[in-house]
Design a protein around this ligand. Sequence first.
Ligand code: DX5
Ligand code: ZN
Length: 213
Amino acid sequence: MQVAPSILSADFGHLARDVEAICEGGCDLVHVDVMDGHFVPNLTIGPVVVSAVAKAATKPLDIHLMVENNSFFVDLFAPLKPRYISFHIEEEKHPHRLIQKIRSLGIKPAITLNPHTPPEAIEFLLEDVDMVLLMSVNPGFGGQKFIPSVIAKAKRLKAMIEKINPDCLIEIDGGVNDENVKELEAAGVDIVVAGSFVYKHPEGIAKAISALK
Ligand code: DX5
Ligand code: ZN
């Protein structure tokens, strides 16, 4: 299992230190939650702070947009050369066009689905993306409870991916811990995002990451 710790649970007073800690602790990606205060009822970080994250990181960035104007935010973050940019399908009128734009900037495009959105909503986009991010909480905040219906959704999505685009990865975000990770792996999930489990683990960050792996 690949692990993408969410820096939303880091200490923003010591952000570089906390980004270095997950990279040294063996993470695969650095998950960055960008919230605009409109699509979700929370506001996080923009390109000024994320460029400091990129400087401290020795692993690729995985930028999760939770915003209203996706194309504008893609332009803001593209210069930081993240590996992935994911956008919410619920918020995009022209997802196919946006996917092409992200790819033309040398970034792997990914689509995010809220807990209520069925995988069939993106059936005709699957061949064009490198990853699908399934939310297992309502986006906006770290530390929420895992919504178990995402497991059935991941299984359905996995079956679709096998037919349409076997290289496409499945990532899960929200409430992931060392208990539900086994079921996620069995459902076909490739990458787990974890914020509070990684940053608040009593035995430290490296131990938390290896427990998820
Ligand atoms: C929620 C974010 C998540 C969140 C995960 O909107 O997308 O990445 O930080 O945090 P935990 O693992 O604490 O649920
Ligand atoms: Zn996220």
